[in-house]
Write a protein that binds this ligand. Structure first.
Ligand SMILES: Nc1ncnc2c1ncn2[C@@H]1O[C@H](COP(=O)(O)OP(=O)(O)OP(=O)(O)O)[C@@H](O)[C@H]1O
Ligand SMILES: [Mg+2]
Length: 259
């Protein structure tokens, strides 16, 4: 083919290739942008719970600092403040790490190791106690003391923090219990967060892990907590499921593969 038709074909091909390259570039920019927005939203979301624990603990400290009878509680609150602040610093460090990962396109990166689960759960319970209030919601650590788990400790902490914060929110009076053991198939470790709270209506159960799916009655809710849980659990090659009965409570169960 030569002459005018050749030039026309060339022009058409150039146009088509140009458009494809352009649309690929736009799509890729959008993907990176979406991941960046997701990620920043996830981190901003997870900053809120430790921040409210800090401000509530600070308030208790303020009220008790002149009362010698409360010095034990004061010491405990100071520890809680300290640990929550450490957690915030590590989240900020994560922002830096993960924004570098975003630029290289690798998404969530895991730093997995074997560690004891009981102390992680115990520290979380102490840190979230100010959110649970004094006495109305009990937080119970039923993880066996010799239970180990293979996971990224920072991400597992954020997974459990979201599940426990939800359980506290929907259990104004009652128990929130964290337990763990070998999964039924023997391939991993299952960890459950159970509550005796309001439960979840059957038509909502399938949707709770979707982004921006939040109970309208929960004015502060962004509907991100369980989307974060699912993303982080799946990044470990694990699964998460929920069983719930209205007015009886909910059981969130994550299973992480052992290695
Ligand atoms: N333990 C629970 N008991 C009852 N309902 C729950 C529980 N956990 C989650 N839900 C339901 O699932 C919805 C989604 O939870 P998710 O954590 O994703 O969002 P949220 O708690 O509303 O907001 P966010 O966590 O972003 O602040 C909640 O709005 C609530 O309707
Ligand atoms: Mg939540």
């Amino acid at each position: 083919m030569q002459g005018k038709p050749f030039h026309i074909l060339n022009q058409v091909l150039d146009g088509a290739i140009g458009a494809a390259v352009q649309s690929y570039a736009t799509q890729r920019a959008l993907d990176v942008q979406t991941r960046r927005e997701d990620y920043l939203a996830f981190v901003a979301h997870d900053l809120r719970t430790p921040l409210s624990a800090i401000s509530l603990a600070a308030r208790v400290l303020e009220l008790s600092v002149h009362d010698p009878a409360k010095s034990k509680q004061t010491g405990q609150m100071l520890k809680t403040l300290h640990r929550n602040v450490q957690h915030l610093s590590s989240l900020v460090a994560n922002i830096l790490d993960e924004s570098i990962n975003l630029q290289t396109g690798s998404g969530v990166t895991l730093k997995c190791r074997h560690f004891d689960l009981w102390p992680l759960v115990e520290a979380l319970i102490i840190d979230l106690n100010p959110v649970a209030g004094t006495g109305s919601t009990r937080l119970l650590n039923e993880v066996p003391e010799d239970q180990t788990i293979y996971a990224d400790a920072n991400l597992l902490r954020r997974i459990l923090q979201n599940l426990i914060a939800n359980a506290i929110h929907y259990t104004p009076h009652g128990d929130v219990t964290i337990s763990a053991g070998p999964s039924g198939d023997g391939l991993g470790i299952a960890c459950t967060v159970s509550d005796t709270g309001s439960g979840i209506a059957a038509d909502l159960l399938d949707k709770v892990f979707d982004k921006f799916e939040s109970d309208p009655a929960n004015g502060n809710g962004m509907g991100l907590g369980l989307a974060i849980v699912k993303t982080f659990v799946e990044a470990h090659g694990g699964t998460v499921r929920v069983d719930s009965e209205p007015d009886r409570g909910s059981v969130f169960r994550i299973t992480l593969p052992d290695r």
